[in-house]
Write a protein that binds this ligand. Structure first.
Ligand code: CA
Ligand code: CA
Ligand code: CA
Ligand code: CA
Length: 561
């Protein structure tokens, strides 16, 4: 165990997850969630947002005692990328850790008194179950029938486990017209030839299978469907790969969107996905295209997202993340650009620094360097896949790849065909036994994120006598949270409500100047405030109320004297 991890465990204390360190099928996830909600019934409730075509429930879990719907909230979403189940496992561990810590860890109890945490641990349960199916293969989509290659046949050509090893691997076909070469830094991997580097392709590369419909495409139209992280409205790609028949076309994605719209109190969304804006924050850029369509984070919102990025690195010590994926219909971008919420997304796992292997025999066994490679062993590849495999090697894991082995393929009688390559799930998901340790830093970060929501209070409330029975009532509405009471995109999207202030003096008091109910412009965080005042006529007292679904509520009574 490395020092950083040990330190984190000490810091996290009770937050360290206490679940079996294994991946959960969607049935097992349901079972575990039910156990947790019965064990922590005072704080934890679960709700099925929709039943999928395979009969799985899409669960939304709420952590918060009674009145939770009226408190400001964070939403945590795992498993929007079905082939990255580790995000789902982190989300589950956040649920376990927070529910267990309520009432025993003061900081968590205090946080949950003010803030509700919603968790949708597995946005695509049908897709995620591919990890538990035979043969083993990665899948990003749900089950919705879809004609991927638009040849008027639906789901007509999926993969086959040709070599009967229980795994859908890769097949490479020696062919001078091919675009692929053996990766110069790791012979288990293939890479597209880069003519600029003098590389020339010598292989064609497909997933394992035959051309079922004889259209000279291999496995181009497997069973399913839609990739949920490509199905949302912002920067949606019509006719994109697995992007669905149209925006938010799936029952599951519709349920997710509705959940956000139905919960006005969600101020911040934290997603586990490759559309990372946490290790590298979004930057404001001049608008692209006509009409000034918003295509980057608003200038005013930029610093807040940047501060999360800084904090993430400080808190978790996780660095050197692979390059963020470009969002095309991504959920986290929808959450910010179209639903107007603060939105953070981070990859749930990538290997940290590769430890210097002491036992080089394991490395020698499993790293079969490409003999053609001219680079030496010390070469540091930028390719995240190479780095990840090195990490597994250093950890002594030998079960990460299928050795490339010749196969007589009926579709290629003239060519040499080999089946092999890195096993499904290996590159983006850690070994099961490290799931609790891998989740710990993300739990800490999720708690930090939840604690940054706006926090309203009313201070300096006073009544100044101007004449008999005439008073000027004034107060400062202060935001002591870190985030402003609304983001610039939140204002633009109109989905997120601004702070509303109200004065009420009952029957004996009338407001003669100033609106009795008013909506305030966003209030900056860290002590930002807006002063409100009224002239009132009457006796007794008035009550001032301020609040919004995303910033909490505050009330004070002011005596007129
Ligand atoms: Ca076809
Ligand atoms: Ca087809
Ligand atoms: Ca196979
Ligand atoms: Ca085909």
């Amino acid at each position: 165990m490395n020092k950083v991890l040990l330190l984190l465990i000490l810091l996290c204390g009770m937050l360290y997850p206490q679940l079996p360190s294994r991946y959960h099928s969607s049935d097992e996830l349901t079972k575990t969630l039910k156990q947790l909600s019965s064990r922590y019934s005072s704080i934890l409730t679960m709700e099925s947002l929709v039943r999928t075509s395979r009969g799985n429930d899409l669960w939304a879990v709420r952590i918060g005692k009674s009145g939770a719907e009226d408190r400001k909230a964070i939403l945590i979403v795992g498993g929007i990328e079905a082939n990255v189940p580790v995000g789902s496992e982190h989300a589950l561990r956040i649920i376990e850790s927070l529910a267990r810590s309520y009432g025993t860890v003061d900081s968590i109890t205090a946080l949950l008194e003010r803030t509700t945490v919603y968790v949708i641990p597995r946005a695509n349960p049908d897709g995620a179950d591919a990890m538990f199916a035979a043969p083993l293969m990665e899948r990003e989509t749900n089950d919705s029938p879809f004609d991927d290659d638009r040849d008027a046949a639906v789901d007509e050509d999926g993969t086959e486990d040709l070599n009967k090893d229980g795994i859908i691997s890769w097949m490479r076909i020696k062919d001078a017209r091919g675009e692929w070469i053996i990766h110069p830094d790791d012979a288990r991997l293939m890479k597209k030839a880069d003519p600029a580097k003098g590389e020339k392709g010598v292989y064609r590369l497909y997933s394992e299978g035959i051309d079922n419909d004889k259209d000279e495409e291999w496995n181009e139209d497997p069973v399913g469907g839609t990739d949920f992280n490509r199905n949302f409205t912002y920067n949606y790609q019509f006719f994109g790969r697995n992007s669905g028949i149209h925006q938010i076309s799936e029952e599951e994605t519709r349920a997710l969107a509705n959940f956000v719209f139905d919960h006005q109190n969600i101020g911040l969304v934290l997603t586990f996905s490759s559309n990372d804006n946490v290790t590298i924050a979004w930057k404001n850029e001049p608008p692209k295209g006509e009409g000034g369509v918003i295509s980057s984070v608003a200038k005013e919102d930029e610093e807040y997202l940047s501060s999360f990025a800084k904090k993430f690195t400080e808190m978790t010590k996780l660095k050197d993340a692979p390059k963020p994926a470009k969002g095309e219909g991504a959920f986290n971008e929808w959450a910010y650009y179209h639903a107007g919420r603060w939105s953070l997304s981070v990859r749930p796992w990538w290997p940290g620094e590769v430890p210097k292997a002491k036992d080089t025999s394991a490395v020698k066994d499993s790293t079969k360097k490409n003999p053609d490679s001219k680079k030496d062993d010390k070469d540091k590849s930028d390719d995240p896949s190479v780095k990840t495999l090195k990490w597994y090697d250093a950890a002594g894991r030998k079960d990460v790849a299928v050795a490339w082995t010749k196969f007589k393929h009926p579709d290629f009688p003239e060519n040499e065909v080999e089946i092999g390559g890195v096993r499904p799930f290996v590159l983006q998901n850690p070994p099961a036994e490290s799931l609790n340790a891998a989740a710990a830093p993300f739990i800490t970060f999720a708690v930090h994120a939840a604690a940054q929501l706006p926090e309203l209070s009313i201070v300096n409330a006073s009544a100044k006598k101007l004449d008999d029975n005439v008073y000027r009532v004034s107060a400062d509405i202060v935001n002591n949270g870190y985030l402003p009471t609304n983001s610039t995109l939140g204002v633009k999207s109109r989905w997120v409500r601004n702070v509303r202030v109200e004065i009420d003096g009952g029957k004996g008091v009338t407001v003669s100047s100033g609106k009795a109910k008013q909506i305030l412009e966003p209030i900056k965080g860290s002590g930002g405030y807006r002063t409100v005042s009224w002239i009132v006529v009457g006796k007794g007292s008035v009550t001032l109320k301020a609040g919004s679904p995303v910033s909490g509520n505050a009330t004070v009574k002011v005596d007129l004297k």
